[in-house]
Design a protein around this ligand. Sequence first.
Ligand code: PLP
Length: 449
Amino acid sequence: MKTQIEPFKIKSVEPIAMTTREQREQYLKEASYNAFALRSDHVTIDLLTDSGTTAMSSKQWAALMDGDEAYAGSVSYYKFEDEVRKITGFKYIMPTHQGRAAEKVLFTALGVKDKFIPNNTHFDTTRGNIEFNNGNAVDLLNEAGKHPEMIADFKGNMDVEKLEAFIKEKGAENIPIVMVTVTNNGGGGQPVSMQNIKDVRKVCDKYGLPLYLDCCRFAENCYFIKQREKGYENKTVLEIAQELFSYADGATMSCKKDGMSNSGGFLATNDEKVAEKAQTVLIVTEGFLTYGGLTRRDLEALAVGFREVMDENYLRYRIGQVEYLGKKLSDAGIQIVQPTGGHGVFIDARDFLSHIPSTQFPAQALCNEIYLESGVRTVEIGSLMFGPNTMMELVRLAIPRRVYTQNHMDYVAEACIEVYKRRNSVKGLKLVWEAPILRHFTAKLAPMD
Ligand SMILES: *Cc1c(COP(=O)(O)O)cnc(C)c1O
């Protein structure tokens, strides 16, 4: 059969907002031209993020009832820990309320002041947490990953030569850890190959550095490895994940992604000293070791989610849905990051709105125009998020897990294509107000006259 179907049926439905163009113009103005400030009941299809927007399964909803709400030693924690350990093999597993909390705990425990932390591409909160602790976040992405139109299997790979040169330049004593983000969210949800992880590990070993994975989308990454990397085609996603984590000393995760759940995260490490410090930070800022800021029932949902996310029927549909939307856009002439990655389609706004200079936030302008056209909310990953030196100007259409159908994707594609037809009339934006850090979340903008 050629038609890809959703490998689930729908047991409970939630109505979505249907709005008029006139209403949307008003809503966007009230939101100061920043989609983050839109009320969700003014949004028809919400592709702002795939984070915490997952539809839970009936098994997960059932598991919630089993939550053991004990403050200490909750049975729900041990179920969560068992699942995470089965996949990652890590010794110390600390739950947190979401991914950035795990980052905060890790960087506080490591002490990163004036130090350097290389990554393929730091996600915005990872960079934010390092900089907030007066450290330096450094991106060392391979060359192919920087070119949206270039087709390659593993555009998330770290540039290993650059990594080694960087360590030599700064000195290993100034680099507390090396990180690799799987898949590379900031660079289009592109996967990292097992070979690249092994090569990074080799460099880390040579200089005595620990390797940590930002593993928010480990299952999607492992599915790509299975599809694209020689020697992995007959392995299960679990086996691939186990090998992937075996090269790392620790990890941070936002379970709001491949935990298939609406909240949660964890910090894991094999290093006893790091764990001791992290546990203190965790207790002071998140919560006790066996819940880390989460209700225990959330840990139950995560324990089930970690099994469901590695189901290959699910992953085939998941990656297939993203590919389906990407193909519709590129067939219409819209330049997207090729090939499509794990969790969304990334439109190249520099190409789409080539008449708008980056000082006028072309990617943000495109987000707004897609919203006005259709009520579809997307997100800017460009000069508003990263500043004027941004590598790319992208609009991310992040697909929530198990939430939208193929018909919804057709509607989204139609909206983008309509805007594409009248792209020359789209205007840029100017900044009216910004916060000193992570400004894209709260920035206020206005259309250029
Ligand atoms: C989402 C995300 C984070 C942060 O996680 P939150 O749960 O949103 O705090 C960190 N790194 C990557 C790669 C992410 O995608």
